[in-house]
Design a protein around this ligand. Structure first.
Ligand code: FEO
Length: 409
């Protein structure tokens, strides 16, 4: 059973985090392999004559969540429940919490959120629902709650809450990441350093399809001036940002925009019997000669990396090399699926070199080329040939790598 951590984040105002550390999950959204786990964060703010709960947790962890909640407040005393986003990793426990609460609390969210909650959990959950619009403010417990919509971060229902007097941003998915950090907040730089790659993996796998909205929404929040002045940014997953809050939104912006790390080239390939691998060895040799730092993921008869990990590497790559065997007049199945997800979730303007090998007919290279040219990626070259590479093939590969590196600039 996952652990639940409860900590008081500050005394003025009285703010608590309830963090369910899900170490049982294997595939987030039944799709993304996350052996590192994930946390579901919700927050309780105790004010004068008001107790506000921000988001809940996954349905299967309702009981442990309620037990932790009762340690802070009697659920009957909750006056408001803010639903930033209705995906059931945050809303799953809502029906039971409302039941425990005697349906006293007003539930607050966007019109889209109301509609989804009604569909997910029925009419009772939205009987006392207050729809808020972008920029709307409500006075709760003597404080000003401003609601700002951030559509597609992660669903069209999504908003954040800004508590104006205390400069607190409750941001749900925005600012979240995978893994179960050892600390609650960003006070330990070593913890943050280990955590950030899981943020990139989370962004691409969960929100990547909508990545242009990441930049748009963060810019929207920045232009409102609230990112610069935020005292805390409190996401629904991973670390709470108390020491350097704006850092997490800046990181989101750079992943959303696909800002590369200098010299990082991502190399992804399958090799059934070593034909593609021999070509990739030549590519790697040439890349290193030109000062590049390849990061390699390979599918062989001994290993199959997680596609979720590959996706997380793409925003920070300067360029991609994709190597594939032709398999039954198609792209090798592992690369076919990986490529499908890359184009869907991590469709960035980055140069791509395609390397192919075949036995009796080369198809994979051409098919990958078609997919790449229809995406945002830039097709630099395709080098595909039969069996082990000849001297001539080797020269073509080295030339193609030089072209790739020139393209990067
Ligand atoms: Fe963490 Fe989109 O839910």
């Amino acid at each position: 059973m996952p652990g639940v951590r409860v900590e008081k984040l500050c005394t003025d105002p009285e703010l608590y985090i309830i963090r369910v550390d899900d170490d049982q999950i294997k595939y987030f959204e039944a799709a993304w392999y996350i052996p590192e786990g994930i946390t579901y964060n919700s927050y309780i703010l105790k004010l004068d004559n008001a107790v506000v709960l921000f988001d809940t947790t996954k349905a299967e962890y309702t009981d442990i969540f309620l037990e932790a909640l009762r340690g802070i407040v009697d659920p009957k005393e909750i006056t408001h429940i803010i639903v930033h986003h209705t995906e059931p990793d945050h809303s799953g426990a809502l029906p039971k919490i409302l039941e425990e609460n005697g349906y006293r609390a007003q539930v607050i969210g966007t019109a889209f959120a109301r509609n989804l909650l009604q569909g997910f959990y029925g009419e009772k959950v939205v009987e006392n629902f207050k729809v808020v619009k972008d920029g709307e403010e409500l006075k709760i417990g003597g404080k000003t709650f401003r609601f700002i919509t951030v559509p597609w971060l992660h669903w069209p229902d999504t908003m954040i809450t800004y508590v104006v007097e205390d400069k607190l941003i409750f941001s749900c998915d925005a600012g979240g990441g995978y893994s179960i950090p050892e600390t609650i907040d960003d006070s330990d730089e070593e913890v943050v350093r280990r955590y950030l790659p899981y943020v990139a993996k989370y962004i691409v796998t969960v929100i990547g399809h909508y990545h242009k909205y990441i930049v748009q929404n963060i810019n929207k929040l920045k232009n409102l001036g609230i990112v610069e002045e935020a005292r805390m940014i409190l996401p629904g997953h991973g670390l709470a940002w108390c020491k350097n809050p704006k850092r997490i939104f800046e990181y989101y912006e750079s992943v959303g925009a696909g800002v590369p790390e200098k010299d990082k080239v991502l190399v992804i390939y399958d090799s059934m019997y070593g034909f593609v691998e021999r070509r990739i060895e030549i590519v790697l040799d040439e890349l290193k000669k030109l000062g590049k730092k390849p990061v390699v993921y390979r599918f062989t008869d001994k290993e199959a990396p997680a596609v979720s990990d590959i996706l997380g590497e793409i925003p920070s790559a300067e360029a991609l090399v994709i190597g594939a065997s032709t398999y039954e007049a198609e792209i090798h199945p592992r690369i076919r699926y990986t490529l499908y997800e890359i184009v869907d979730k991590a469709n960035y303007e980055k140069p791509v070199l395609i390397v192919g090998a075949f036995g009796w007919g080369g198809v994979a290279g051409r098919k990958i080329e078609t997919i790449i040219t229809r995406s945002k990626f830039d097709h630099v070259a395709t080098v595909e040939s039969k069996g082990y590479p000849s001297r001539e093939d080797e020269e073509k590969l080295r030339e193609a790598v030089r072209k790739l590196v020139e393209w990067i600039g």
